[in-house]
Design a protein around this ligand. Sequence first.
Ligand code: GLU
Length: 323
Amino acid sequence: MSTTLSAPPLALLLEDIVRRHRPQQGVGGVPTNIPFLATVPFDRFGIAVATTSGEVFSSGDAGVPFSIQSISKVFTLAMALQGGRSSSLWSRVLREPSGTSFNSLVQLEAEKGIPRNPFINAGALVVTDHLLEETPDAASQLLRFLTEQAGQAGPAGSQGQAPGRRVPFIDEAAAAGELDSSSRNLALAHFLKDFGNLTQPAAAVVENYVRQCSIMMTCVQLAKAGLFLANNGEGISGSVLSPSEAKRIGSIMLTCGMYDAAGEFAYRVGLPGKSGVGGGILVIVPGQCAICVWSPRLDAKGNSLAGTAALAELSDRTGWSVF
Ligand code: GLU
């Protein structure tokens, strides 16, 4: 893969991307089942790039914490694969694009409780259940994992953070708000349970899953945390996964990471990505960098409108692509 980083250099290019893509009007939607997300100003836009050579570039609101939502699914999958219990996981969830919405019930029933992939909600609930077999609180374990991978471990106020609330953190109030309207995720969990594909109580799995989604992080932190996926499984503080496991997560991101718009995203951006309904998208450029973009307003499929457009332009202007 060649990089055509012609002028302007990356720092200036990111500033230009922010100038061109920061929303000027409140176009696009926000999820109706997560009240907190409707309160985020429409004009937020941040982007960060963490390179395998150890540099971090960022622009716009890249230091503002946002709700990572389904981007968490990439990291819970990585944690599940770390345990050396991948074969038991892969007998419970497939690795195929779903072609249906991320919280669809129909497919799960038709396919007898085996979710199509770990990045739709049903698949993530199975991954959560798998993690809960080993730990009483997978969300807190995920928080520790992300904190370490983002280089934020240590006392609050260290690592360049302002003293005060430590980021990343679980926004427990946002999680409680989402839990109040989680009927659909509960329905998915009960289907899984009925088909014998959930070992823990359905309500406990949904509660833990919703708390994972409610983790708040910045673009800079997410780009750094995702670096192991671009760097043969090596994170900023050592090995996270084997090179082949890291490659496989990238493959699932490419085919299943953008809800039922994975094909359109591959066409426009040409890179593995995972989005969340908080408006974040994590993208991997194998061997080179991890990118996180955030802008809260979503298209009809649940992907950040401005974020997707910005990534399409960034990939065109840098030549970064897996194709
Ligand atoms: N917490 C959200 C839900 O389960 C996550 C959705 C997403 O980001 O795709 O509905």
